[in-house]
Design a protein around this ligand. Structure first.
Ligand SMILES: C[S@@+](CC[C@H](N)C(=O)[O-])C[C@H]1O[C@@H](n2cnc3c(N)ncnc32)[C@H](O)[C@@H]1O
Length: 259
């Protein structure tokens, strides 16, 4: 097997280590009749990230974690492949898919280099998987390669505003001031963060995302900047519900592969 890129190796070790802490959330999400998305649990009826009927569609989840999104797609009729970089996350995914009687093809690997032929899928999705943990300059072209012309890619991840308002030492809470430069954001290494040290994440400026989509061969169907609901309380990763009612914490891009 070829050597993993540094961020993929770092993130593999990180996710194998924290996987036990994600089991409970995975179990909850697998039990949800109606999908809900992101840190603020926005219902599918508001966001419409999945086609209602996925009968006959080939779908892939890129960075599936415990694979509840894959479960939701399978229940809508899709044949689902799910790839994840962490074998420990996949162990939970395998157990939960088995318990829920859902058949998934699970692959241990890097969503930047998926061992599947070109144009294998009609639909690709990532909620906080490849969407933030993989390098956009690698995984967006890879998602394009995997999709058939006309196929959709939907992904939900961290909004650039969160990055620029994150204190330089990675401490919580997130600031109401700009703490970092906006231009040039790409790779964020959170291994030495003062609070909740993590792995290596990625996001881009809006113009860099758009340029990447267009040069790769995607049309933009939609962009949603998620606002925390009026009744949301508490914090998610150092971001209070109050902050998230005033500023977007997450973005959802819907793209369509052009010919
Ligand atoms: C937060 S989970 C996402 C799954 C789920 N939607 C959730 O929010 O819990 C992040 C997952 O991304 C996976 N991941 C990180 N880098 C990846 C890569 N390069 N390729 C595939 N999966 C990756 C991690 O192993 C982890 O299981």
């Amino acid at each position: 097997m070829s050597e993993l890129p540094e961020h993929v190796a770092v993130n593999r070790e990180y996710w194998d280590g924290v996987a036990p802490q994600w089991v409970e959330a995975g179990e909850r999400s697998w039990n949800e009749e109606v999908p809900s998305w992101g840190g603020w649990g926005i219902p599918e009826s508001d966001l419409h990230l999945l086609p209602d009927d996925m009968t006959g569609l080939e779908a892939i989840e890129l960075g599936c974690g415990t694979a509840y999104v894959s479960g939701w797609m399978a229940r809508r009729g899709a044949r689902v492949t799910a790839i994840d970089n962490s074998i420990e996350q996949l162990r939970t995914a395998q157990r939960l898919s088995h318990e829920h009687g859902v058949d998934l093809e699970l692959i241990h690997g890097n969503a930047e280099a998926v061992p599947k032929p070109d144009q294998s899928f009609d639909f690709a999705i990532s909620e906080y998987g490849a969407a933030i943990w993989a390098d956009p300059y690698r995984w967006i072209p890879e998602a394009h390669r995997l999709l058939r012309p006309g196929g959709n890619l939907v992904f939900l991840g961290t909004h650039a505003l969160v990055t620029v308002c994150s204190p330089i030492d990675g401490s919580y809470p997130i600031s109401r001031r700009l703490e970092r430069p906006y231009f040039g954001i790409h790779r964020m290494d959170w291994r030495e963060a003062a609070d909740d040290p993590g792995g290596i994440e990625f996001t881009l400026t809006h113009s860099a995302w758009i340029r990447l989509f267009r040069t790769t061969g995607f049309d933009i169907v939609d962009l949603v900047e998620i606002q925390a609901p009026a009744d949301a309380t508490g914090s998610r990763a150092g971001i209070s519900a109050d902050w998230a009612r005033e500023f977007p914490t997450e973005h959802v891009w819907t793209l369509r592969r052009t010919l």
